[in-house]
Design a protein around this ligand. Structure first.
Ligand code: G1P
Length: 290
């Protein structure tokens, strides 16, 4: 069986239209909207790199080439920074693009998360891989993916990251029915995409991080579209569950959902409170709005 040492690839589904944050996302991909001085997706990429995974696969659409451009080298900008002696900025800029290997594949139609993962099949090939939904920005030490890799090493199979959510929020997530194995690890008995509070099997929600094995691809191929005409990753995992165990681990850390306006604002404030140059100014800034 594969171990985490063989997980090198991370798929970032990023073909969505970002309709929840229009009109900001008419031209700029939502993944490039900044949380302070860093685009949303870069938090996820840095989490992957800090967890030892450096092959980044962007699943995107032809209109979102800015995403690749962001992670490219920028010789003219680098030269200007160099001339001006801005070495800290320069190092920060170079470090991420130097460490990562980026490849891109297009999702030709927006047919859901499962469909986006299917689009990565040729690039991932026959090895286990991670999926990061960059809207879920996670602050954790060790990084969230690394927490999951520790479990993957034990169970040698798919691992989902989960968090307890209020009952009135279960309809926004994939929810697992799990049996606790102790120390925040669950064996998944069932999972359901966006249930109503009455039908939710628990309050444990999947939060945008998956470690998957390549047998998810045939499972997704066999998964039909849901009522909204989308192929759900949760439904593909449900099918996979018929042939192998799936586990979940509860996040030890803080997650922000930057995919909607209020969550995005919260993410900015959260990271501002942790920022050495901004933290001290924040209470007064908020008071001054009164
Ligand atoms: C997706 C998944 C859902 C998961 C969520 C985490 O939903 O389909 O299972 O719980 O991400 O953020 P989306 O937020 O794309 O509607």
């Amino acid at each position: 069986m594969s171990t985490s040492r063989t997980i090198r690839k991370v798929v970032f589904p990023a073909a969505g239209l970002g309709t929840r944050i229009l009109p900001a996302t008419t031209v700029v991909p939502k993944e490039l909207l900044p949380i302070l001085d860093k685009p949303i997706i870069q938090y996820g990429v840095e989490e992957a790199l800090a967890s030892g995974l450096n092959e980044i696969i962007l699943v995107t659409s032809p209109g979102k080439t800015m995403l690749e451009d962001h992670f490219d080298r920028h010789p003219e900008l680098e030269e200007i920074l160099e001339r001006r002696g801005k070495s800290a900025l320069l190092d920060g800029l170079r470090e991420v693009s130097r460490q990562m290997e980026l490849s891109t594949v297009f999702q030709d139609e927006p047919l859901g998360l499962g469909h986006a993962v299917l689009a990565s099949r040729e690039l991932v090939d026959d090895e286990p891989f991670a999926v990061i939904l960059s809207d879920d920005v996670i602050d954790a030490d060790p990084p969230a993916l690394r927490q999951m890799l520790a479990v993957f090493d034990d169970v040698a199979g798919p691992v989902l990251l989960v968090e307890r959510v209020p009952r009135d929020a279960v309809h926004r997530y994939g929810i697992i029915d799990g049996a606790s194995l102790g120390s925040d690890v669950y064996r998944v008995n069932d999972l359901v995409e966006k249930p109503s509070p009455e039908n939710a099997p628990s309050d444990l929600a999947i939060i945008g991080r998956y470690l998957l094995t390549p047998d998810i691809y045939p499972a997704l191929e066999e998964t039909g579209k849901d009522a909204g005409d989308e192929i759900q990753l949760t439904d593909g995992l449900r099918r996979l569950l018929q042939t192998r165990p799936i586990h979940a681990v509860v996040l030890d850390g803080i997650r922000q959902d930057a995919g909607n306006k209020l969550g995005y604002l919260r993410a900015i404030l959260y990271f501002a409170r942790k920022h050495p140059d901004l933290a001290d100014h924040l209470p007064e800034l908020l008071r001054s709005l009164e």
